[in-house]
Design a binder for this molecule. Structure first.
Ligand code: XIL
Length: 380
């Protein structure tokens, strides 16, 4: 009797073990064979930004993730004017050529970032040999040459361009950039016209951060309406979406998304990342020039992320992806600003040298649980 019981218990134990192992194998299989881009197919493109190590093929592990999970790419830095035209008339296409060729070889949706932006623009763009501001006509000509050369080079190959980046401030007024100061607000319509002339097929976007902010929303809506009324070819609005755990509110974000969609243009989420780090700074946008001093208490997860924060991170991404799926008919593309946490600019902005966890893949390129959740949410 005792022996019989023993055998029964052993048999039961074995069965349990088999079930657990089988379940794990299934989960592993599920993890490794279902990819974001397949799960989101027919909904919107799912993209990532590529840094130069990735573009040049040096970061092969990250590139595996890119090939598996993403069907859209954007260059994190190499197409910005300071990098692509460091001196007047001297273009560096080494990286951008590789970037576009990679996207084509993988049959990906390619976004060009960005043509006209006050940041990461070379000084020469706005000044003469004596260091004085150039005239309006000269700056317009330089804009035209830049756009015509860059867009023209990738004609028919780059699907969308962020033509103008960050021209509106949080209160809805125009940013006093050099473009604005020297040319006036017309620099925006001119940029779109030049881009359209260089590649009539490319779809043209206005892109900005803090787009959920009601002031910025109103400013961008007014701008797009004005451009459309004047017959300027604008096809989309890009919401950067450098978000945090408690800002912006989902409601504000949704209202902006809806307001842009109501204009009859496409919307893309262009630079999604979710910082888990504390911020005591008033400005919660993505003003690249903001830099604050390092303090240890502002870098609380240097070793690892506590479970409670991982949970909030997970729930927050879920909420945003549910929102994107709800509005999928308006959304062309959702792009993460980087492949894995180790690559993210948020480790260094707005404070250098912190350890952040803002993306969908960890520093070892492993998919976080949120990846599977997104896949499931997309296919209920
Ligand atoms: C960031 C890059 O990620 C950094 O590597 C670079 O040092 C600064 O710019 N808004 C944009 C992006 O449109 O181009 C910025 O990218 C982040 C904010």
């Amino acid at each position: 009797m005792i022996n019989r019981n023993k055998s029964l218990i052993m048999a039961f134990g074995l069965l349990l073990l088999l079930i657990i192992v089988g379940f794990d194998v299934m989960k592993e299989k599920e993890k490794s064979t279902v990819y974001l881009k397949d799960a989101l197919q027919d909904k919107f493109y799912i993209g990532t930004a590529l840094n130069t190590d990735q573009i040049m093929g040096r970061d092969t592990a990250a590139m595996q993730v890119v090939k598996h999970h993403f069907n859209a790419i954007v260059a994190e830095n190499c197409m910005k004017s300071a990098n692509i035209q460091p001196r007047e008339g001297v273009f560096n296409f080494n990286f951008s050529d590789r970037f576009v060729a990679f996207g084509e070889a993988q049959n990906m949706f390619i976004n060009g970032h960005t043509l006209i932006w006050h940041s990461q623009a070379p000084k020469w763009f706005f000044t003469d040999q004596n260091g004085n501001d150039v005239s309006r006509d000269v700056l317009i000509q330089r804009m035209k040459d830049h756009i015509t050369t860059v867009v023209g080079r990738y004609k028919g190959r780059v699907h969308t361009w962020d033509v103008v980046n960050e021209a509106i401030l949080d209160d809805g007024s125009f940013r006093r950039s050099k473009f604005y100061e020297i040319i006036g607000e017309e620099f925006i319509s001119l940029a779109f016209q030049f881009a359209h002339e260089a590649d009539p097929q490319a779809r043209l976007y206005y892109n900005d951060y803090s787009m959920s902010n009601p002031g910025k929303r109103a400013g961008v809506v007014a701008l797009v309406k004005k451009l459309m009324a004047a017959g300027i070819p604008i096809d989309g609005v890009g919401m950067q979406a450098h978000i945090g755990l408690d800002h912006p509110s989902l409601l504000d974000f949704e209202q902006s998304l809806q307001a842009f969609a109501d204009l009859g243009v496409k919307v893309s989420i262009t630079e999604l990342d979710l910082t888990v780090l504390p911020s005591t700074w008033k400005n919660r946008g993505a003003e690249v020039s903001d830099q604050y001093e390092y303090q240890k208490q502002m870098n609380p997860y240097a070793e690892q992320l506590p479970d409670s924060i991982s949970k909030s991170f997970h729930e927050r991404y879920e909420a945003f992806f549910k929102l994107f799926l709800k509005h999928q008919q308006h959304i062309e593309r959702v792009t993460l600003w980087g492949v894995n946490d180790g690559h993210s600019w948020r480790n260094n902005w707005p404070v250098r040298g912190r350890t952040d966890y803002p993306l969908l893949f960890d520093r070892q390129n492993h998919a976080k649980p949120i990846v599977l959740s997104i896949i499931q949410i997309a296919n209920p």
